[in-house]
Design a protein around this ligand. Structure first.
Ligand code: SF4
Length: 405
């Protein structure tokens, strides 16, 4: 018998309530929103990480972490919604900053993406007052005519809401028309925190919580898969975060349409809300808080398979650590990022670097598509050589020494 692997021992939960909840999670029993709040408030980070990692292995027994090669494409930054946290947009009359990309520029960006093996365009942008649904139908249709196999992950719920309003049609009709034109799936942007008392302060003109969820429900009913996001670490409380997760889990119970949950922290640069918060002595959310919240999300959202690490806001090192705190996906090897980078936070990570970080965390990297199917030339299953290289076993259990490398 070899020496005991001491690092495989689970951390001892501190409080009785946490201890009982930890046992419940390890037994695979769904926790309530109140219990999630207790975990968020009282569990130490090591316990949360351990539990989230256990849930992650249950859902993804193979030691594989996925990522996608794609490009963010923002056709316009013109917006009339004036979210307080946004450093990306320009008012329509801001001639120095406002733009609408012409077709040739869009085509060149897409071709560049495809040339490096990209399989998807993530298209989101501002709420332009004059670009109605027919403008986007034409754009999506033109792109699909040139690149039929390119996946268009496009138009978040607030954009659909805005297009429906200015085009004087329903949101369901907007979804149908955009899908018919080439929209393959819908990104979960614009969720921020799905609690209206929070939205009323940070984005009073934006789609309400109920409408955001209703539009996602409609998209799922129309056969589209979507992601869901949460931007936290600003004016919300921990209870607001749990309420956001509760509403997401409820919708997922009904439709099963969310492919992934993606959370990230608010970035204060270049936007009025950030300036005001900093003036009042607010401090940027720590990595530890990001890890806590992400771990609680993984534990609570037992009906969403994929959790994406946010290397754009946390940096590649912290994103790699989060792979042992519930995340099973490294997000996107983005060729372009405009929205978060406008707030002063942007880390462009090359494919080689992404793969190196994934391996350092003890996993085998694989490229995926938007449906989280592996589309990697190396094949879906890790080879024995790859497993040996990262110190993992084919059955999915790491040696714990590789945790959080
Ligand atoms: S976050 Fe989106 S909707 Fe809000 S101001 Fe920025 S571009 Fe407009």
């Amino acid at each position: 018998m070899g020496p005991p692997i001491l690092s495989q021992a689970a951390p001892v939960p501190a409080a009785p309530a946490v201890s009982a909840l930890a046992a419940k999670v390890l037994d695979g029993v769904r926790i309530t929103p109140d219990e999630a709040l207790t975990l968020h408030r009282q569990a130490d980070l090591a316990t949360l990480a351990y539990l989230a990692d256990e849930v992650r292995w249950r859902k993804h027994p193979e030691p594989v972490v996925t990522y996608i090669v794609d490009r963010n494409l923002n056709p316009t930054n013109v917006c009339i919604t004036d979210c307080g946290f946004c450093a990306f947009y320009a008012r329509p009359n801001d001639t120095g900053k406002a733009y609408v990309l012409d077709r040739e520029t869009i085509y060149a960006k897409i071709q560049e993406t495809i040339d490096v093996g990209g399989v998807q365009i993530l298209m989101q942008g501002g709420h332009h007052p004059y670009l109605k649904v027919d403008w986007f139908e034409e754009l999506l249709g033109d792109i699909k005519a040139r690149w039929p196999d390119l996946h268009l992950h496009a138009m978040s719920p607030p954009e659909i809401d805005h297009l429906a309003k200015i085009s004087k049609i329903s949101t369901r009709e907007t979804i149908r028309r955009l899908a018919a034109a080439g929209m393959d799936s819908i990104p979960g942007g614009g969720a921020e925190i799905l609690v209206d008392e929070v939205r009323a302060i940070m984005a009073p003109k934006k789609t309400s919580s109920d409408d955001w969820l209703r539009i996602m429900r409609e998209a799922h009913e129309e056969g589209l898969r979507t992601t869901v996001t949460m931007m936290f670490g600003h004016i919300e409380t921990d209870a607001h975060r749990i309420e956001h997760l509760r509403r997401v889990r409820e919708l997922q119970d009904d439709t099963g349409g969310f492919t992934a949950f993606i959370d990230w922290t608010f970035q204060p640069g270049g936007n009025p809300m950030g300036a005001e918060l900093l003036r009042r002595g607010w401090r940027k959310t720590t990595h530890a808080e990001y890890f806590r919240t992400t771990a609680v999300a993984r534990i609570f959202l037992d009906n969403i398979d994929n959790l994406q690490a946010s290397f754009v806001t946390q940096g590649a090192d912290a994103a790699a650590v989060s792979l042992r705190m519930g995340c099973n996906d490294f997000g996107s090897a983005m060729l372009e990022e405009n929205v978060v980078s406008s707030a002063g936070c942007f880390e462009l990570v090359a494919i080689d670097d992404i793969e190196a970080r994934i391996r350092a965390a003890g996993f085998v990297p694989r490229q995926r598509n938007q449906r989280y199917e592996i589309v990697d030339a190396r094949g879906p299953a890790p080879t024995a050589e790859e497993l040996a290289r990262v110190g993992a076993a084919a059955t999915g259990r790491h040696t714990r020494e590789t945790a959080c490398a």
